[in-house]
Structures are given as C-alpha cells and as structure tokens.
Ligand binder design. Structure first.
Ligand SMILES: [Zn+2]
Length: 128
C-alpha cells in the first residue's frame, strides 16, 4: 500500500470517529435531558440529580469537543496536503506512528525534543 493510500485510510478513520462522537454526544444529550425531565421536582435530591446530569453532560462534551477539534485540525492538515509531515523538520512522519497517533504533528525525534523543551516552561533555566 502506498503512503497516499495509508493517509486516505487514516482520513476515513478520523471522519468515522468524528461522526461517532457527534452521534454519541447527541444520544447522551437526549438521555440526560429526559432523565432531567422525569425528575423535575422541587425536592432537594431531585435537584441534586439534575445538577449531576448537567455536570456529566458538560464534562463529557468537553472531552469530546477537544477530540473533535483535534480531528478537525488533522483533516485541515490533510486538505492542505501537509498532514503527516513533521512541523519541525518537514520530513514525513512514519505511517506506523500516524496509525497509533493520527493527531501527531511531529516525528518521534522532534516530539521528544519538543516535550523536553516545553516541559520546564519559560521559567526553566537556559543552559549555556
Ligand atoms: Zn521532525
């Protein structure tokens, strides 16, 4: 299989994942909303229940929103024709790495270096 075909496969995977998140989100939303409607009651415990449903929904959506953003960024990079190229050295990221980490924008070497550089943050003492 050529690299272009492999990239196409990853694109389809990302698009499918995107649809899955969106439909799961919709399902969860309906479920939690109906739960809230059933238990609409002035009693304290029911209110707590509704609050919990709100919390579950927003935290669930937060994680999924983040994943959708990563997927969209990857799809945009595909549209621009730069997906799979390391943003630091410009060389192609091995397909094996992209299959495991489809959101990777750096080759393994540069990702490790980047992580080391950013871990300490701007307050890290520069080495002379
Ligand atoms: Zn690189």
């Amino acid at each position: 299989m050529t690299r272009a075909n492999e990239l196409l496969k990853i694109r389809e995977l990302l698009q499918r994942r995107r649809r899955e998140i969106l439909s799961a989100n919709l399902g969860a939303h309906r479920e939690l909303t109906s739960l809230k409607d059933q238990e609409r009651d002035p009693e304290y415990e029911e209110n707590a229940q509704a609050e919990l449903a709100d919390y579950t929904l927003s935290s669930l959506m937060e994680a999924q929103r983040r994943e959708i953003m990563l997927i969209d960024a990857a799809l945009r990079r595909m549209d621009m024709g730069v997906f799979g190229d390391c943003v630091d050295c410009g060389y192609e990221i091995p397909i094996e790495r992209l299959e495991v980490l489809p959101f990777a924008i750096r080759c393994e070497e540069d990702a490790t270096r980047h992580e080391l550089e950013t871990r300490g943050g701007p307050s890290a003492t520069p080495s002379l």
